[in-house]
Design a protein around this ligand. Sequence first.
Ligand code: TRP
Length: 450
Amino acid sequence: MATTPTNNRGTWNSKFGFILAAAGSAVGLGNIWRFPTEAASNGGAAFLFIYIICVVLIGLPVMIAELSIGRSTQKNPVGAFKALSSNKFFPLVGFWGVLCGVMILSFYTVIAGWTFSHVFVEIFTFTGLEGAANVLADFDNGFVNAAFALLFMGLTIAIIRGGVSEGIERATKLMMPLLIVILVVMAVYVMFQPGASEGLEVYLKPDFSLITGELVLAAMGQAFFSLSLGMGALITYGSYLSKKENLVEAASYVTLADVGIAFLAGLLIMPTIFLAQAQGVEIYNEAGEFLAGPALIFQILPELFVQMGGLVGLALGVSFFFLLSLAALTSTISLLEVPTSYIIDEYGVRRKKAALYVGLFVLIISLIISFNTALIDSIDFIFSVIGLPLGGLLICIFIGYFWKTRSAIDEIKQGFKDVRDSWFTTIWSIFIKFICPIIIIIILAQTLMG
Ligand code: TRP
């Protein structure tokens, strides 16, 4: 190992390995399933615009904040807050993060199961086994949902039991470039279809009159979700990071990769929505309200593969859903790693046992969701849209007013020697103390009052 662990918690094999793992955590269903769905239901380009502002003004500073807490303490979110301050409230913030992680993971596993089942839906569709394809593609079939959720959680538990570095780093190194290639190929194909330009226009030409409080809240929630922020995933990942690494640089790469892939997914999916609509799939009702729910991409993308036809359609369809499953897996890994590291550190349970118990607990919730998919939207709203920004807000307040930005900067400095004299110190401190908390409070408050 290139890094010297201070205890036997494990570390990343290399700096690139860490960036891969954090990018693997960030890039997932959030980019390809959640982002396009949110954009489509919130006015397209107006959403994209506010989303990017949220990423830059809140996401990136909070990511650096989480990493610095994690690396400084080398602990899970609850232990980290305990280690840095005697204040009794903040460990609860860590615990809230663990809870958000558990709840997000519970529905994420079901959607990830849909992704994986669609690998087979593609194969069955193209080999003429329509009946089998229809059974697997039925989102209301609780047994199919449950079977694939079980499979997915089993894989996640197995990897987490093996420890942090090997599996995650390797899977991501392979998956990410391939996923980008496939997205580009498909986006280019879609752009040449008649009717695609309408979708592109909605996605890229902002109509600022569409910006509402609801849209801004959705965009902020999406930024937290997609960057894996606000619940301590990056405190945990930072805790396995060596002191030599430059946190600011790492956070910037991860953010860039995440936003880039989401943007690309939008370029593919927004036009596809309009193609699907032209072919009679109902996506908006007469009042212009979004009808397609969480299953949107699973309804429209398979159509596209069929339209591409032949071996090309089969190959692209299978690879797309397979790579998306891998991307989801590197994210479920990070979601399960947080509660697992909490149990390991705070209760002294061995890794293998901890991963199994936590995983099975989450799986029970996933099974309930499998039979009641309508729960997805409300769990997502409470724990992602509200829960994550709330966690992010409290992390900013903790660093700004309890642990102090000076201490965080001392930590950052270990892998970024000139940081003291750079403009970064001043700007980041202002963001953590004032700008991020104020924006988050305003957005959350207008929601509560609305
Ligand atoms: N960011 C991942 C995605 O976009 C999901 C995810 C992984 C996540 N870890 C997280 C979301 C922690 C919130 C918090 O698919």
